[in-house]
Design a protein around this ligand. Structure first.
Ligand code: PSV
Ligand code: MN
Length: 436
């Protein structure tokens, strides 16, 4: 494979572009330091924590997404998993916080896993949770003669369930070969009409299938169950909420955990509270970050409800602060970029997530806990608000630079000419991934 040459992946180039921005950053950082110092907060500690923060990139997010109405492919979009890795490497080089990728099969199928592993290593990328796909048929795969039209892991036909179980185990095998340590299972199983499905029997069948997957994947693997309220099933979904997910995970085993995707709930659901409950149950697998106004919109993290993102991180930081047992969350972006350049969306999302995390780190925990214990409602609320209102931009930028990233990620990405270079090199494909 040819060496990939682009300024966007060149550490010296990034450092040179950062240089003229440094003195302004130093000034802003010093001013924020004075503010935080008055609150007894050590800015260096916060910056170090933010610099160490990482969120995985989903391979499917670097292609143009779409809706059930249309997809508008962009020039230069990735044609296969190898191209996708290149784009993910650009995101990581500039964001300095996205060092792993989460593949999805069969979308990322390749006959040369060794080459894939080599490319990832040469790009400085690792592999995060592997995602299975039994929400669509695999017409080009002889291992998938049966249709998932009426479900997969909860299907009435044992042969379809067996096929779906086999696929999941194979995904974990591929993941193990790539160095991944988790399998994420999201199914589209459910019902479009009342009466279509026996809720209890479908759930029993799902649990039995999840147990079979658990028994078939490596012992080093964690199994993540992802719930979703609706879509593609529009009346009921087998794993529709965190309650169903928790019941299933508890029935499956210790290494089976519940994954929360921010867009998979009814409007106004208190997701930060779900975090707290799953942490309590030692069952929080991690997060798929995105944002939404109406449903599973898969918009960029923090684009619509940045306060909610902060409140979610507040619970995550709280769990880490009190060293909650079994708390080892896996973080991933899960977005569909329909009208933006996916790399730009991932860069701005990584920044938004780092910002929400930083603000959560600024919450004065002891003060908050005291106010809660004393029923000082206003003080508790204001303690959160004070952290949220703080402009943490200098910390996020400093942390990113310390992790090797760019101070102005979007400007550098555009200046690098990556997309137009790829538009010349990669011919159009009609790649389907990304319609989520
Ligand atoms: C489902 O909407 C989901 O959030 C799951 O994580 C899928 O695997 C992913 O999107 C891609 O379709
Ligand atoms: Mn998801």
């Amino acid at each position: 494979m040819d060496q990939i040459t682009t300024p966007a992946l060149d550490q010296d180039f990034i450092a040179a572009q950062n240089a003229p921005l440094l003195s302004a950053l130093d000034e802003d950082y010093a001013a924020l330091n004075r503010t935080l110092d008055r609150r007894g907060i050590d800015i260096e500690k916060i910056t170090a924590a933010v610099s160490a923060f990482a969120v995985a990139q989903p391979t499917w997010a670097v292609g143009s997404g779409g809706t059930r109405f249309a997809r508008f492919p962009m020039g230069g979009e990735p044609r296969n998993i190898f191209d996708k890795l290149e784009d993910c490497a650009v995101v990581n080089a500039l964001a300095g916080a996205t060092p792993t990728v989460s593949p999805h099969f069969p979308w990322d199928e390749t006959s040369d896993l060794a080459a894939l592993k080599d490319l990832a290593a040469s790009l400085g990328l690792g592999f995060d949770a592997v995602n299975s796909n039994t929400f669509q048929d695999h017409p080009n795969d002889a291992r998938h003669p049966l249709s998932y039209k009426y479900g997969s892991l909860s299907h009435t036909d044992p042969a379809v369930r067996a096929q779906a179980i086999e696929h999941n185990i194979r995904c974990a095998e591929i993941g193990a070969a790539l160095g991944s340590k988790a399998l994420t299972v999201w199914i589209g199983d459910g019902a479009n009409f009342p009466g279509q499905q026996h809720f209890g029997r479908a759930f029993d069948r799902y649990i039995e299938s999840a147990q079979a997957i658990y028994a078939g994947i490596p012992e080093s693997f964690r199994l993540f169950l992802e719930h979703k309220m609706f879509e593609p099933a529009f009346y009921a979904t087998v794993i529709q909420d965190w309650g169903s997910s928790l019941l299933a995970a508890q029935a499956v085993g210790d290494r089976c955990l519940c994954l929360v995707d921010l867009g998979h709930h009814a409007p106004n659901v208190n997701i930060e509270m779900i975090v707290s409950r799953l942490v309590h149950a030692r069952k929080l697998a991690g997060f798929h970050f995105n944002d939404s106004k109406y449903g599973d919109d898969d918009l960029d993290a923090g684009a619509i409800e940045p306060y909610r993102l902060f409140l979610v991180f507040n619970e995550l930081v709280e769990a880490a602060y009190r060293k909650a047992p079994g708390f080892e969350p896996a973080y991933m972006l899960d977005q569909s970029h329909n009208v933006t350049d996916p790399i730009e969306s991932m860069l701005s999302s990584a920044e938004a997530i780092a910002g929400a995390y930083t603000k959560a780190l600024l919450v004065e925990r002891d003060r908050l806990h005291d106010a809660q214990e004393e029923n000082d409602v206003m003080m508790a609320f204001q303690t959160l608000r004070r952290a949220y209102r703080t402009d943490v931009t200098p910390i996020v930028a400093m942390a990113r630079m310390e992790a090797g990233g760019a101070l102005d990620t979007l400007a550098l990405y555009r200046y690098s000419g990556w997309r137009s270079q790829k538009a010349r090199e990669r011919n159009a494909t009609g790649l389907g991934a990304g319609i989520v």
